[in-house]
Design a protein around this ligand. Sequence first.
Ligand code: HEM
Length: 477
Amino acid sequence: MTLLDRFFPDTPDSSAKLWLTSAIVWGVIGMTFGVFMATQFMFPDITRGVPWLSFSRIRPSHVNTVVMSWVSMASIGACFYMLPRLVKTPLFSERLGTMTGWLWNVFAALIPLTLLNGYSEGREWAELIAPMDWFMLILLVLSAVNVFMTVARRTEPQLYVSVWYWMGSFIGMSMVWIVGNRTFVPLDGLNDAITNWFYAHDVLGLWITTMGIGIIYFLLPKLTVGKKGEPGNPIFSHKLSLIGFWGNFAFYTGIGAHHIIQAPVPEWLKAFAIGSSVLMSIPVYSASANFFLSTQGRWDNLAWNLPLRFMTFGWIMYALASFQGSLQAVRSINWYQHFTGIVSAHAHLAMLGGFSMVLFAAIYYTVPRLYKVEWYSKKLVVVHFWTFSVGFIMFFITWTTMGFIQAASWNMGINVQQTVPFLKPFLMVRWMAATVMIFGVYIFAYNAVQTVRSARRQEVSRGSSVAPALSPAAADD
Ligand code: HEM
């Protein structure tokens, strides 16, 4: 085996394997940053005198790692597995996929290295310095080439809705990245704030959301297969899925300025952002209704089909987060809750309770098919589900409650120093909840490592000649 084949293999699914296993590593690191911050809120002095562990450096490291390394790598990995099956054509180039995967890992490692050392543009969610922006743009283009070329060479003439979503995501994200990071045109003052929030919200709207919805549409018919192998449910309505697709791309692009309704940006822009935020209900509820109706008749699968359980939890949280988002954009509500913990809790409702859960589902579904083994321990999957979901609900409720206390105090003219002591018990519960969640994530990573190791052992023992017998749940599509 040449060095090229070893590190950049072009065997089927080698890209998906690399991207998904890397995503697990970055998920562990990124979420550990989050728990570390929750700990700092409890014990603010623990990192005193160590600048690179200060909250202001950990926070952007957390945000950029979870978004660009965990969510993005897991989404692209899942897409590299699912897309060839939908278009009935191998991935355009596994070698390009693995090369891009390793480069993305270098990029992911540079995120904390640069930010913890103080190299930051200081723009919320878009802190990465200019060379990193260029690096990411190249990686996005390389991954997009693989996706679009696979679609161009497809043998299945019909494009399933997931393929629409993934192609739209790559176009959307590249556009958001170029504009939002001011890659070509540096801006000052409010213009910078406007592009900054276009970036921050549309990384969620035109990337994380659209990649995730594509994954849900792929998984729904697979995860609704009956226990005795009865066929899965088809998507309830393709029309609804397309209303969701076009609505998402039409309305998400305009909502960024709802983050700066309290700032002196043009009134028409605020009105446009608020209107777009409310109109987002159309794609969100058409997608959620479609997910709900496509699961009809198979709700009992939740009792035994663990990926379905993760995914259903995820899309329900997505629907709730979007409902909350449309409300939060309305001027009177925005005025009350802006600058409080309600907003950060909302961000986690979508990204942690929502799309991270969908990605866990995708990994639980995909890994056995990629490695041709069952999960090392099904019990650990159950432990992961309960620790993560219960921990998340505690985390969200305490953070939101803190937000209401902050909003009410501010509204009554009580100053911050007087309010903080009242937040302490809630900060403690949020910290405990974060610890419970991260325990679930470590269990998940341990289970994944053991699963891959057992696949390697089986491969060696059978000289990779005879395919192992798998339960229907782990058989390939
Ligand atoms: C165990 C998991 C996690 C914990 C304990 C955690 C905790 C935190 C904490 C304490 C903050 C700082 C909030 C502040 O400044 O007041 C934060 C910010 C943030 N986190 Fe997480 N987080 C976790 C996972 C995630 C994941 C998976 C994502 C996205 C996929 C995410 C996205 C964000 C974002 C976007 C912010 C900035 C929020 C804002 O702008 O208001 N987090 N997180």
